[in-house]
Design a protein around this ligand. Structure first.
Ligand code: ZN
Length: 118
């Protein structure tokens, strides 16, 4: 079975027997020499611009992924801070609300007619 601790220890023993006791040390050194050194860790400016990119991509769409195009969002005041509202989601929510009200009224009418019949 692959990936067990005992297997790893066996493999390590074989590697050391085959290539010498310092085999892992030299592999690590080779990797370290090739590496050009840690992306974001070394390049603060890269981290900043990448973070901005990620942030702006996210703010281009609502939580459900509708794009915030000029005719698809509205600025709304939510208790002191301004936030964007996705009109696609807003319309869907309004429709749901209206439908549920209609359903209720239909139910009421039905009950009334039942009352008048009996
Ligand atoms: Zn939306």
């Amino acid at each position: 079975m692959a990936g067990t601790r005992i297997g790893g220890l066996k493999a390590s023993k074989t590697m050391k027997l085959r290539y010498g006791a310092t085999v892992y040390e030299s592999i690590g050194r080779k990797g370290g020499e090739i590496s050009r050194g840690g992306g974001f860790a070394k390049d603060h400016e890269l981290a900043r611009t990448s973070g901005r990119k990620g942030g702006s991509v996210k703010s281009l769409s609502c939580n459900k992924g509708h794009l915030y195009e000029p005719d698809n969002f509205q600025m709304v005041d939510r208790g002191g801070y301004v936030s964007r509202r996705c009109l696609t989601c807003y319309r869907a929510a309004t429709l749901r609300k209206r439908n549920s009200r209609w359903e209720k009224e239909k139910q009421l009418r039905l009950e009334k007619t039942v009352d008048t019949i009996t």
